[in-house]
Design a protein around this ligand. Sequence first.
Ligand SMILES: [Zn+2]
Ligand SMILES: [Zn+2]
Length: 295
Amino acid sequence: MTFDLDREIRRLERKLGALRAKDGLPRELVELLAATRKKQLEARAALNGGAAVTLSPEDRARRLQGAAVLPRERFAPDETISSSLFDELLALVENSGGGLAEAARQLRAAETEGRFDRAEAFRRYLADDPAYFQAVGGLTPGAPRLAAFLVQAGLAPCLEARAEAAVAPGDLDATWAHGHCPVCGSLPLIGRLKENEGLRYLTCSFCHTEYRAKRLQCPYCLEESLEKLEYFDAAGEPGFHVNVCRSCNGYIKTVDFRKMDRPSLPLLDDLESLALDILAAQEGLRRPTFSAWGF
Ligand SMILES: [Zn+2]
Ligand SMILES: [Zn+2]
């Protein structure tokens, strides 16, 4: 499938219009992530056709057993594209003013002085190494997730393109009941309901693949007992639910705009519903992934 940059930019603009009109979201954060997503889409367009993935029959067989077809370490992102996007985003943050700008200068200094190595950071992200990013957070104490954000955002276009290349037509049509992403094996970051029947789709936190999942199942521990699965809404956040699992104490947000004229883009739906993460945390619930933006 060809990546249509104009169409994606139009979708993004429509979503940003909704985010900018919403009260309670930090303006600077919205604008930073708006600019970030635009740059990611442009990088993605530059990659068009350059992300081929060869899957062996054994890889495909793993899918039948409920395992990922392309584990994270096999994503092999384009280092030039990821690194130049990292640079663009670092410059963007540096020029944004405020505390984030100071953290960006600290990270740049750390890199110049050899205390931070972005190639290693890319590898550690592919290997899913949260301890590494926790340690790196010490380089920018005012914004400890800055490096994680830049790494994740810098890699995203390549990861999205590779994931799409690893999916054959029809691969994602059936309901996937194994929790983790069918492509890369990572945890989902947000869900949304589609069609009149309310089919449930989850978006992967790593490769951003959207796949169909069981409607009534915890995507983390696979609990299906209705006594353990609950949900709550918040008055100020129509169109969003928080699905709670009492077995693992995890939660995932679900977008349901089916009866509303509102644009949905999972990565930005996650930002739009930030207030629900705060509520869930107050309830003592746990989200096993960071946000779509690494913090
Ligand atoms: Zn994935
Ligand atoms: Zn659970």
